[in-house]
Design a protein around this ligand. Structure first.
Ligand code: ATP
Ligand code: MG
Length: 441
C-alpha cells in the first residue's frame, strides 16, 4: 500500500490540477467511481487510466473505464465480491456491475526493477509473452503505448498525472508512441494496428517519429497470434470507425498483413466494384454502430472475402467437371482457410459467413418453392443484405433486389442476422414490415 497524497507523486509526472482540465466525474460511470473509491478507502492508490481519461479530455464518450492501482490482483479480488481474476499473459481483475465490467490492473513494470515480482517473459524476437511483473506507477506509465494513453486521473484529488506529455500531445493533435518507436513495435507489433485505429478514432495524426518505422516493421504483424488479431479486428472494425481505420491500415501498409488476398485484389484496375463494395460495407457498419444497431463480424468478412471467392470460383470453373455451386462452395472454403489462418474468425461466425456467400446465386432462382425456402433460410437476412450491397455497386441487377424486397411482404419476416456482437439486447420479431432498410454490417 502506498500513500496517494501528492507528496508521493513521482518526480517524472506533471500534475494537472482539477481546475486546469475538463475531466469531470459526471462523465465517469458510477461503476468506475465505486471501484476507484473502494480502492482508495482500502488504502490503495486508484487511478482512472488509458482510453477513459484520453477520451474524456478529447470530449468523447469512453467505451470503457480502466483502472490502475498498486493493489495486487488478489488484493483487488478480496476487496470486491463481484470480481474475478482473468488473463494469463496479462493478469487483471474484472469487477462486474450488471452489464458493465470495470478492468482493474495492477501497476506493471518492465520486470527489471527491484520493486517487481510476478513474471515478465520476452520472446527472442523482442515480443513480450508475459507481462505480469508488478511495478511503480511511473514504470506502468512507461510501458503503455501512446503518450495520450499514459494519463492517470487520481480519484483522491481529481488531478491528472501526466507522465509522457500526453496532455500537450492531445491538444496539439498528435498520437505519439512512448519511448523508442522501433523497439516498442518489436515488443508488440499490435501497437502498429493500434496506431492506425486510435488515429482514426481520435482524429489524431500519428507523429512522424512514430509513423516512420511502420513501413519496415509491418511484416511483424504476420507473427501475431490469429486470435489476438481477431480481437483487434473487432476493435478496429466494429466500434464505429471502420472506414477510417481501414484507410489508415492501407496508408500504413498494414492492411495487406491482415487481409493478404483481399489486399492483392483491391489495388487492381478491374476491381472497382470490389473496392466500392468494401467501402459501402464499412460506411454502413459505422452508421449502424452510430445508431446503436447490432453489427456482426460475419458480415464484413463475407464482404472482404467476396472478391477472392469470385476469383477462385472463376479459376475452379475452368475445370469443367465442377458445377457452379460446387465451385462456389470450394472457393468459399479455400478463401476462408487462407484468411482465417491470419485472423481467427470463430466458427460461430465463419460457418454463417460461408453460407451467406454461398446463398448469393440463389437470389437468381425464382421458382416458388425455392423462393419460399430461401426466405425461410436462417441466413436469409444477412445474405439479402449482402445482395443489396452488390446491387449498390452494380454487380447484381436492381430488379433482383426489388423482387426479394417484395417477396418478403408475403412472408413472415425472416429472423434477424444472428451472432451479433453488440448490443446483446433481445430483439423482437418485426412482423410483416417490408425490408427495404439498409444492409446489416
Ligand atoms: P479504446 O478506446 O478503444 O478502449 P484504449 O486505448 O483504451 O482504446 P484498450 O485496449 O482498452 O485501448 O487498452 C487500455 C490501455 O492499456 C491503453 O490506453 C494503453 O494505455 C494500454 N495498452 C493497451 N494495449 C497496449 C499495448 N499493446 N501496449 C502498451 N499499452 C497498451
Ligand atoms: Mg479502453
Amino acid at each position: 500500500m502506498t500513500d496517494s497524497s501528492t507528496s508521493a507523486v513521482p518526480a517524472a509526472a506533471k500534475i494537472i490540477p482539477r481546475s486546469e482540465h475538463n475531466v469531470s466525474r459526471a462523465n465517469i460511470s458510477n461503476a468506475a467511481l465505486k471501484v476507484l473509491y473502494r480502492l482508495k478507502d482500502g488504502g490503495y492508490q486508484a487511478f482512472l487510466v488509458g482510453g477513459g481519461v484520453r477520451d474524456l479530455l478529447l470530449g468523447l464518450r469512453p467505451k470503457d473505464f480502466d483502472i490502475a492501482t498498486d493493489a495486487r490482483p488478489e488484493e483487488v479480488r478480496a476487496l470486491f465480491s463481484n470480481s474475478r481474476l482473468i488473463g494469463r499473459r496479462f493478469r487483471l481483475a474484472h469487477v462486474r456491475f450488471g452489464r458493465e465490467i470495470i478492468e482493474v490492473a495492477t501497476f506493471r513494470g518492465a520486470g527489471d526493477g527491484e520493486s517487481t515480482d510476478g513474471e515478465h517473459v520476452i520472446h527472442e524476437s523482442g515480443r513480450i509473452l508475459k507481462d505480469n511483473a508488478w511495478g511503480s506507477i511511473e514504470e506502468d506509465a512507461r510501458r503503455r503505448d501512446f503518450t495520450a494513453n499514459a494519463l492517470y486521473y487520481n480519484v483522491s484529488d481529481f488531478s491528472i498525472w501526466d507522465f509522457a506529455g500526453g496532455v500537450a500531445d492531445i491538444s496539439d493533435g498528435w498520437l505519439r508512441l512512448i519511448g523508442d518507436p522501433e523497439q516498442r513495435y518489436r515488443e508488440d507489433p499490435v501497437r502498429m494496428l493500434r496506431a492506425a485505429r486510435l488515429s482514426a478514432k481520435l482524429g489524431l495524426r500519428i507523429h512522424p517519429d512514430s509513423a516512420a518505422p511502420i513501413a519496415s516493421l509491418a511484416e511483424l504483424i504476420d507473427g501475431v497470434p490469429s486470435a489476438r488479431l481477431f480481437d483487434e479486428f473487432l476493435k478496429m472494425f466494429q466500434t464505429g470507425y471502420a472506414r477510417e481505420s481501414c484507410r489508415k491500415l492501407l496508408e500504413l501498409g498494414l492492411f495487406e498483413h491482415m487481409f493478404p488476398e483481399p489486399a492483392r485484389l483491391v489495388v487492381r484496375d478491374d476491381q472497382v466494384a470490389y473496392r466500392e463494395l468494401i467501402d459501402a460495407a464499412l460506411t454502413n457498419t459505422d452508421e449502424r454502430v452510430a445508431q446503436e444497431r447490432s453489427v456482426t463480424p460475419m458480415f464484413l468478412f463475407a464482404v472482404l472475402l467476396w472478391g477472392p471467392v469470385q476469383q477462385r470460383m472463376a479459376a475452379l470453373l475452368e475445370d469443367e467437371s465442377m458445377s457452379p455451386a460446387q465451385a462456389l462452395a470450394l472457393a468459399a472454403a479455400q478463401a476462408s482457410d487462407h484468411q482465417f489462418a491470419r485472423i481467427a474468425l470463430p466458427r460461430r461466425f465463419s460457418l454463417p459467413m460461408r453460407e451467406v456467400l454461398q446463398l448469393q446465386p440463389r437470389f437468381l432462382d425464382r421458382r416458388p418453392r425455392r423462393v419460399r425456402a430461401l426466405l425461410q433460410h436462417k441466413r436469409f437476412r444477412a445474405a439479402y443484405d449482402l445482395m443489396l450491397l452488390l446491387v449498390q455497386v452494380g454487380q447484381v441487377e436492381q430488379e433482383v433486389a426489388d423482387f426479394w424486397t417484395a417477396a418478403q411482404e408475403g412472408e413472415d419476416a425472416p429472423p434477424p442476422a444472428e451472432e451479433e456482437t453488440r448490443p446483446r439486447r433481445r430483439r423482437r420479431r418485426v412482423g410483416r414490415r417490408p425490408r427495404s432498410t439498409p444492409p446489416a454490417a
